[in-house]
Ligand binder design. Structure first.
Ligand code: NDP
Length: 294
């Protein structure tokens, strides 16, 4: 039996529609439009692409975006000043600092400089700390982990009481998604590069979140029949049949695992579109909070 394919593109489009309606209502009632500031340091092509996609998505739902393209050699103090100015700007409800930052910049200090109320990426150390504690809600949850949970919820997949296995423990995906699953009363295992008998651990999962960055690492015989799989990985593999010479695959061998799983996200078209949708969600929620709408 082939798995239900969780269509992240369609779910993200639905969410963007919901946000567009909220933005319209906010503008009609308060004459206010949510604003997102995107801070980009240097000229990394991938970062430029991500920021461009985020600004385009903002425009589509009626959110104003403010771009701050800064030179690679900007000093820590100058960058912090940009962030402080955005903190003070009432038109800006969310500030995203595109990662990675150049090596000479202390990213923890920069992320910690973002006003807690505008931390729409959810990377401020206080928001991450709150996410890791019981009954201490963060103001914002990081976008990719939040998108993973939203995909499960909107696909009708129960989390409470289930055995969840998270592959990866990074600050931006693995760790926060694990905390979210724990808060939703899953029984949780977090795996990483030193985990022994990875296939054996993965086979226990009712819910598997894969975020390791290793192309098609999880094979069909690693998973239990009926598992729900959220594949966060985005990996480029050589493919001479494609014009651009490569294709994108996840951390899960999709064709094998879909024959065993109950539900699975594709790559591309699974978690990716949700990350941006959750950024729009967080920015809109921030504006609503400012207006006392929540
Ligand atoms: P990181 O490289 O920061 O973290 C990878 C994690 O996987 C680490 O915890 C590492 O373990 C673990 N790991 C690496 N190799 C293995 C292995 N062979 N066996 C078990 N564990 C392993 O990656 P990110 O969390 O930033 O990203 C993960 C993937 O998700 C990437 O493909 C990335 O492109 C994608 N991504 C997708 C997004 C989206 O919007 N769809 C957004 C963000 C990321 P250890 O801690 O021991 O080193």
């Amino acid at each position: 039996m082939s798995a239900q394919i969780i269509d992240g593109k369609a779910i993200a489009a639905t969410i963007r529609g919901e946000i567009a309606a909220e933005v319209e209502a906010m503008t009609a009632q308060y004459g206010k439009v949510p604003g997102l500031a995107a801070v980009l340091v240097g000229e990394r092509r991938d970062s430029q692409t991500y920021v461009r996609m985020k600004k385009k998505a903002c425009a589509e739902v009626g959110i104003t975006s403010f771009g701050h393209d800064l030179p690679e050699d900007i000093s820590q103090e100058e960058l912090l000043k940009v962030v402080r100015d955005l903190n003070a700007n009432p038109e800006v409800n969310g500030i995203l600092v595109q990662l990675p930052l150049p090596d000479h910049i202390d990213d923890e200090e920069v992320l910690g400089g973002v006003d807690l109320e505008k931390d729409v990426d959810g990377f401020h150390p206080i928001n991450i700390g709150r996410l890791s504690m019981k009954r201490r809600d963060p103001l914002f949850v990081p976008c990719t982990p939040k998108g993973c949970i939203e995909l499960l919820d909107r696909s009708g997949i129960e989390i409470e009481g289930k055995r969840a296995v998270v592959l990866g423990r990074s600050n931006i995906v693995g760790l926060p998604v694990a905390m979210l699953l724990l808060h939703r009363n899953a029984t949780l295992t977090i795996c990483h590069s030193r985990t022994q008998d990875l296939p054996g651990v993965v086979r226990e999962a009712d819910i598997l979140i894969a975020a390791v960055g290793r192309a098609e690492m999880v094979r069909g015989d690693w998973v239990k029949p009926g598992v729900s799989v959220i594949d966060v990985g985005i990996n480029a593999v050589d493919d001479p049949t494609r014009e651009r010479g490569y294709r994108l695959v996840g951390d899960v061998a999709f064709d094998e695992v879909k024959e065993v799983a109950a539900a699975i996200t594709p790559v591309p078209g699974g978690v990716g579109p949700m990350t941006i949708a959750m950024l729009l969600r967080n920015t809109t929620d921030s504006a609503k909070r400012t207006l006392g709408m929540e």
